[in-house]
Design a protein around this ligand. Structure first.
Ligand SMILES: Cc1ncc(COP(=O)(O)O)c(C=O)c1O
Length: 382
């Protein structure tokens, strides 16, 4: 039964889930970024309806789906986009590799802002592009953009900048002023922006997701924005994402880069996405309230029971970035919690060297699971 009860404990063991089946049975997994919740009921119904047809032939472009995407982006993010600007894709990670291949410039580099989602580093290798970094600054009151370093790298020669907003793992939702300043530098130095906005729907009260491409016509023309239904509705295994490409020339460039490399329409993913973007606003509102409760529970627990761990309040995403450096754990924070607490987190150093002795915790789970993990971590430390 699909009741969309976020408290429900679902047994995901032995389902070939990356999250649940990588570690031994006694390990509680709060790592890879999918949630332990059922997908919204309208999505399940749409998939069932499509399956009940029993014929799975090739399908053409779906105008209703494109309209649903544009309406969603307009309704939720106050950004007007049109169906001709949407390119459907099977993944945001593959999308950023396409974008970099299509827009890299001879002799110029790829710029990222670590600590950041590990596949960002891989894009440089995949596309034969040199990587440069403008690491975020871990300030007293939260992570900040290092604009001096950003501009220094831009001036030294960057072809493509991959922005992560909301930012995985630090949970920042960038302000209009920050986006305008990054955008201005990119325009001044002719740098194409690839905006990974996969977490854009998962933003907490007090913060607003702003697509960098929505800030001006010039930025729209200079940006490829990558979005998806996967994180928002917990359907990452269905591989549905899309790019918004406002500039006609850029669209041609992207299509050329993808030419012959992509298959026909993903009929199940498309059915799911259409339901997601038309019938699931209410589900998302409830999810956000639940996730905010988890986030606050986590921060309260850390303050009371694990005060040596530092964590800034995530402004978006269901990910928390835990600074365990002052604990001086052996051999490091990730292995300590895995071995002594039997809790699997993401090892911070996979997000860049700034992440040594940090761990990333995924709180997209029933509160009882989160509580159990935190209690295990506290017991291992005390
Ligand atoms: C910032 C970011 N980009 C991309 C992805 C993965 O996207 P996809 O599964 O569509 O390749 C994730 C998943 O955690 C992510 O956090």
């Amino acid at each position: 039964m699909n009741t969309n009860n976020f408290e429900q404990l679902i047994d995901r063991k032995y389902t070939n889930s990356i999250k649940w089946d990588l570690y031994p049975e006694d390990v509680l997994p709060l790592w890879v970024a999918d949630m332990d919740f059922e997908a919204p009921q309208p999505i399940v119904a749409a998939l069932q309806q499509r399956i009940d047809h029993h014929v799975f032939g090739y399908e053409g472009p779906d105008e209703e789906l494109l309209k649903a995407i544009c309406d969603w982006v307009g309704r939720r993010h106050h950004w007007t986009v049109t169906p001709d600007q949407i390119m459907l894709m099977t993944g945001v990670v593959s999308g950023m590799n396409w974008v970099t291949n299509a827009f890299k410039k001879e002799g110029k580099k790829l710029l990222i802002q670590p600590p950041v989602y590990p596949p960002f580093f891989q894009v440089a290798k995949n596309t034969d592009t040199d990587l440069v970094e403008a690491p975020l600054i871990c300030a007293e009151d939260g992570y900040q953009i290092d604009f001096d370093e950003f501009e220094k790298q831009a001036a030294a020669g960057v072809g493509v900048f991959i922005l992560c907003n909301p930012h995985n793992p630090v949970g920042r939702v960038y302000t209009r002023a920050e986006l305008e300043r990054m955008g201005e530098i990119c325009l001044r130095y002719g740098i194409t922006i690839c905006a990974d906005e996969i977490h854009c729907d998962l933003v907490y009260p007090g913060h607003e997701h702003i697509s960098i491409a929505s800030l001006s016509d010039d930025l729209a023309a200079n940006t490829i924005t990558l979005m998806a239904a996967s994180k928002t509705f917990n359907i990452p295994g269905l591989n549905f994402s899309f790019a918004v490409i406002s500039n006609e020339e850029s669209r041609k460039q992207m299509k050329k880069a993808a030419s012959g490399m992509t298959g026909h329409a993903e009929i199940l993913a498309n059915a799911a996405a259409k339901a997601a973007f038309t019938e699931c606003d209410a589900w998302l509102e409830k999810l956000l309230v639940y996730l905010e409760g988890n986030r606050d529970y986590l921060l309260d627990f850390i303050r009371a029971e694990l005060p040596e761990i530092k964590c800034f309040q995530p402004q978006g995403t269901y990910l928390a970035w835990l600074d365990c450096r002052s604990l001086k754990l052996e051999p490091d924070a990730y292995h300590f919690f895995l071995e002594k607490a039997k809790v699997a987190l993401n090892d911070g150093k996979t997000f860049g060297k700034q992440g040594n002795n940090f761990v990333r915790l995924n709180f997209g789970c029933p509160r009882a699971t989160l509580q159990e993990a935190l209690e295990r971590m506290a017991a291992a430390l005390h």
